[in-house]
Design a protein around this ligand. Structure first.
Ligand code: NAP
Length: 249
């Protein structure tokens, strides 16, 4: 599905980002993998190379606009182009009700989960327009569509990602850049490990998904790769849940 495509993935040291990198590689892409966690990033790059594809690992903090610009520059310098970008890096942030939510936690979650996607798209779109187009997939969340008690910053940031996605799609689809968002339900990754470790919380999370279990990173990656590929050529400005039915309630 992605033969000879160049794909940039943020937050690729772990969880969903790593699964996206590996699925892209299996579908024929060369990948630039990025994360702030260099050790995990090198592991992902090695896994991609084991698939037989090229991987360039570049450490970056998506909350820093200059880092996001540098990522795109490195990608274009190394591979000559950027066809697909997956803005996936994110953090859970503190857990507290709105009135108790710490100000520094709010700023940090918005910086990484919302500004990070804006910074990424700002430079990715510019590069894609130079080569005639591309596809961007932003990793939002089910919390881009509904609220969740004690996660005000996360829910606000992910709703913002959906709005940014729709706006960029309106602006650039006619110039060949498709922009879409995915909304994972609760996925078994390090991000929810502490939540998932508590049996009662685990059972509560499972019961919120009509399918009767949490999701796997690879199940999100399948949707991301399809949206990224030309098989989704008429899909833009969309928000696709991949949530075991969470939002159907
Ligand atoms: P994960 O396993 O924690 O992976 C996220 C990766 O992003 C980590 O390697 C993390 O590094 C990195 N990262 C965090 N902040 C960064 C920054 N400022 N710059 C660069 N890299 C950064 O989490 P995941 O579950 O795969 O999450 C991936 C995306 O899916 C996130 O956007 C998340 O909000 C979204 N999502 C997850 C779930 C879920 O249930 N897991 C559900 C819906 C949406 P560190 O380890 O150093 O933080």
């Amino acid at each position: 599905m992605l033969t000879n495509k160049v794909v940039l993935i943020t937050g690729a040291a772990s969880g969903i980002g790593r699964a996206v990198a590996l699925t892209c590689a299996r579908e024929g892409a060369s990948v630039l993998v990025s994360d702030r966690d260099d050790a995990g990033l090198q592991e992902t790059a090695a896994l991609v190379r084991a698939v037989g594809n090229e991987a360039l690992a570049v450490t970056a903090d998506v909350g820093n606009a200059a880092d996001c610009q540098h990522l795109v520059e490195r990608c274009c310098a190394h591979f000559g182009r950027l066809d697909v970008a997956v803005n996936n890096a994110g953090i859970a942030g503190p857990s507290a009700r709105t009135a108790d939510y710490p100000l520094d936690g709010w700023a940090q979650v918005i910086q990484v989960n919302l500004s990070g996607v804006f910074y990424g798209m700002k430079y990715q779109i510019e590069a894609m327009l130079r080569t005639g187009g591309g596809s961007i997939v932003n990793v939002a969340s089910i919390l881009g569509a509904v609220g969740f008690a004690s996660a005000p910053a996360y829910a606000a940031a992910k709703h913002g990602v959906v709005g940014l996605t729709q706006t960029a799609a309106l602006e650039y689809s006619a110039e060949g850049v498709r922009v879409n968002a995915v909304g994972p339900g609760f996925i078994r990754t390090p991000m929810i490990q502490t939540l998932d470790a508590d049996r009662a919380v685990h059972d509560m999370l499972v019961s919120a998904h009509p399918i009767g279990r949490l999701g796997e990173s690879e199940e999100v990656a399948e949707l991301v790769v399809w949206l990224a590929s030309s098989r989704a050529s008429f899909v833009t400005g969309a928000y696709y849940p991949v949530d075991g039915g969470y939002l159907a309630r």
